[in-house]
Write a protein that binds this ligand. Structure first.
Ligand SMILES: [Zn+2]
Length: 237
């Protein structure tokens, strides 16, 4: 008797077979048929979401680059350094791109014929030198980077590193070297009138909103290579 009681107490429920109603089984069949389609649709949706997630930062970056005017820093465009074999020394301490040498010397010669003595103040400058100029003068003058960038390019962003830029002074008025007053010299007036004939162009005119006017700084655009280098710079801001 005791044993029987125990059996009753620990009765294990039996598995029941449950029959689905007719309508339920039809639904199940439909689900089974449509499962591959649903899987396909969800896969496409998932892929699109993943692709959007992946592309979104790139789109933002591109937008930022466009907003940033082709990778400018403080208004200056990036320039790579000219390969050493393309540099030529035209006078002590003045090296320039070989493509612009003849035109530059011819321009000086023609100015001389008109009674104007052009002085070459600075040609090619290495990125290292630009680094020194930018950071040492910045600390000496106690200017922040943006203020400094108005008068000097950050390293890697100077036209001088391409070998296609030249700073010019007037031998008769050396006190105007690297000064805005250079625009009042006969040398500047002559350059404004004649430089284009030799494919030279003023880089930083009065309209530039980032960089101060530099009447002494000219760049050469007389070769395809030079034009490529300054392509972005010649686009309207
Ligand atoms: Zn310059």
């Amino acid at each position: 008797m005791e044993q029987n009681k125990d059996i009753i107490q620990f009765d294990i429920p039996l598995a029941k077979r449950i029959y689905l109603k007719n309508s339920n089984s039809k639904l199940l069949k439909k689900i089974l048929i449509f499962t591959p389609f649903l899987f396909f649709i969800f896969s496409i949706a998932a892929l699109r979401i993943i692709r959007n997630i992946k592309l979104e930062p790139l789109k933002n970056l591109k937008f930022q680059i466009e907003r940033n005017y082709e990778g400018r820093i403080l208004g200056h465009l990036p320039y790579s350094e000219i390969p050493k074999e393309k540099l030529v020394l035209i006078e002590p301490n003045i090296e320039v791109h070989i493509d612009m040498r003849d035109s530059l010397l011819k321009m000086r010669e023609e100015a001389k014929n008109d009674g104007i003595n052009l002085v070459f103040l600075s040609g090619y400058r290495s990125i290292n030198l630009q680094n020194e100029i930018f950071y040492s003068l910045k600390s000496v003058r106690n200017q922040d980077a943006a203020e400094r960038a108005r008068v000097s390019a950050p390293p890697g962003y100077s036209e001088h590193s391409t070998g296609f830029a030249i700073d010019i002074g007037d031998a008769a008025q050396r006190e105007t070297d690297f000064e805005t007053e250079f625009e009042n010299t006969n040398a500047f007036k002559w350059l404004k009138k004649n430089a284009a004939k030799f494919h030279f162009k003023l880089s930083f005119n009065k309209n530039n909103k980032f960089i101060d006017y530099e009447p002494w700084h000219w760049r050469y655009e007389g070769s395809i290579e030079a034009l490529k280098v300054f392509e972005n710079s010649n686009r309207e801001l």
